[in-house]
Design a protein around this ligand. Structure first.
Ligand code: NAD
Length: 215
């Protein structure tokens, strides 16, 4: 695999970096992407057997101003040791009260399904953004601020089709940042990105890290 030396040079000099990730970055850890899931492969999902993308925590420690914005709800970035993670669509491992919209960490198991909120007795639900729901304005504002101030924005393993997440690389481009797409297949962002690296995220990111910051 050959990485453009101009990309390596610009990345070496970058101080403010944002990475926007999607389902594709978890694909090599065994979680089907949204598209895979639609073809029925979701049945293979075995969270207890998941590995985590290892290149990411290292990338996050190499630049002074780092922000990881993920559309994923699987919590794998945190399990892999990533810092500064903004979860645009929530986290499937966290629950909240359906009625009060506040996170609930503990509740009494009565066998009732779904379990009940210990405060108000309302039903508990996963703390994820369901279809038709809005993103948390604070979370989105944090991601947008990152996209506006970064010098480099990576868009990794996302079909760049789910808004408002798909707007973030465009915001970064408009603000003058370099946008690097890493994806298995071309997306609507491919023609606009400064660099587009087609292939598996695990392979490309490991290679890019090695070229830019040799151990
Ligand atoms: P998507 O399924 O629409 O697109 C995934 C993209 O990743 C595709 O463009 C595909 O070509 C690419 N891809 C697949 N495997 C790859 C790999 N190994 N390396 C690089 N690229 C790879 O996913 P999306 O854009 O994230 O949007 C779907 C929505 O569904 C999001 O909200 C997402 O959070 C949610 N979702 C989350 C998970 C998860 O948490 N792991 C899984 C499925 C869907």
């Amino acid at each position: 695999m050959r990485i453009d030396p101009r990309l390596v040079q610009r990345l070496r000099n970058a101080r403010r970096v944002v990475a926007l990730t999607g389902a594709g970055i978890s694909a090599e850890s065994g979680i089907p992407t949204f598209r895979d899931a639609q073809s029925g492969l979701w049945a293979r999902f075995r969270p207890e057997e998941l590995a985590t993308p290892e290149a990411f925590p290292r990338l996050g420690t190499l630049v002074p101003d780092w922000l990881l914005v993920t559309q994923n709800v699987d919590g794998l970035h945190q399990r892999a040791g990533s810092r500064a993670v903004v979860e645009l669509h929530g986290n499937i491992h966290r629950n909240k009260c359906f009625d009060e919209d506040v996170v609930v960490a503990e509740w009494r198991e009565t066998g009732e399904r779904p379990p009940c909120c210990p405060r108000c007795g309302g039903p508990l639900r996963p703390d994820v953004v369901w279809f038709g729901e809005s993103l948390s304005p604070q979370t989105l504002a944090q991601a947008e601020a990152g996209a506006r101030r970064c010098e480099v924005l990576f868009s990794i393993g996302t079909s760049a089709a789910v808004f408002p997440a798909a707007q973030l690389p465009l915001t970064a481009l408009q603000a003058g940042a370099m946008v690097v797409e890493v994806n298995k297949d071309p997306t609507p962002l491919t023609g606009m990105a400064t660099f587009s690296l087609l292939g598996l995220a695990g392979e490309i990111l490991s290679h890019l890290l090695g070229e830019t910051w040799p151990a």
